[in-house]
Design a protein around this ligand. Structure first.
Ligand SMILES: C[S@@+](CC[C@H](N)C(=O)[O-])C[C@H]1O[C@@H](n2cnc3c(N)ncnc32)[C@H](O)[C@@H]1O
Length: 171
C-alpha cells in the first residue's frame, strides 16, 4: 500500500496525526545527523511525546510545530510524510536563512517541486543509499523498510558526518 502513496490523493493528503506519519529516525541515521549538527539536537519541532530523537526541546501534537517559533541554533526535522511536509521544508529554509544549523530528512522524491525547493537552498544533500528502516510502530513490533529512498538536506552543518550513509553533494 505504501508504494501507492504518490498516486493516491487520499494518502498524499492524509492528516498530520495519521499513524503512518510516524517514521522514527533509526539510530544509524540519527547519530550522524546529530554529529553533523555539532553533537546536539537543540530542537525537534515534529516528534512524538517521548522525544525519540533526544532533542533538548521538542514539539509534538496537538501543538503545531510548523506554526510555532523555532528559536534554536541546531534543528533536526523529519516531518510528517505525504503532502503535509511542504510547510516544514519552508520552515527549514527560513530557519537556515536566519542562521540556524538545520538538517532535514525527507523522501528522495526527485520529481517533486518541494524536493527541488530544498535542493535550491541547502548547502548539501546526502542521498541515502538503500532504504531507511524507520521505526514505524506496527502491531507486530517489526520495523519495515521505507517504500522510498531518503535525502538529508543540510544547512551550515558538517555534512562529512553523513557521507557514509550514501552520496553527499555540495553546493
Ligand atoms: C516522521 S515522524 C518523526 C519523529 C521524530 N522526529 C523522528 O525523527 O524520529 C513525524 C512526527 O511529527 C509528528 N507531527 C505531525 N504533525 C505535527 C505537528 N503539526 N506538529 C508537531 N509534530 C507533528 C507526528 O506525530 C510524528 O511523530
Amino acid at each position: 500500500m505504501a508504494a501507492s502513496t504518490r498516486f493516491s490523493n487520499t494518502l498524499r493528503y492524509r492528516p498530520d496525526a495519521h499513524p503512518n506519519q510516524v517514521h522514527l529516525t533509526p539510530a544509524y541515521a540519527l547519530e550522524p545527523i546529530r554529529a553533523a549538527l555539532g553533537g546536539t539536537i537543540e530542537l525537534d519541532p515534529c516528534t512524538e511525546p517521548d522525544n525519540p530523537t533526544g532533542a533538548e526541546r521538542f514539539i509534538c501534537l496537538p501543538d503545531d510545530g510548523a506554526a510555532l517559533p523555532w528559536d534554536a541554533e541546531a534543528i533536526f526535522v523529519n516531518p510528517p510524510y505525504a503532502k503535509a511536509r511542504e510547510r516544514w521544508v519552508h520552515r527549514c529554509i527560513g530557519a537556515a536563512t536566519a542562521g540556524a544549523h538545520v538538517a532535514l530528512l525527507i523522501p528522495a522524491h526527485t520529481d517533486t517541486r518541494i524536493f527541488h525547493t530544498a535542493l535550491a537552498s541547502a548547502d548539501a544533500v546526502t542521498l541515502v543509499q538503500g532504504r531507511l528502516k524507520f521505526g514505524i510502530p506496527r502491531q507486530d513490533g517489526r520495523q519495515m523498510a521505507a517504500s522510498h529512498g531518503s535525502a538529508i538536506f543540510t544547512w551550515d552543518c558538517d555534512a562529512r558526518q553523513l557521507e557514509h550513509l550514501g552520496t553527499t553533494l555540495r553546493r
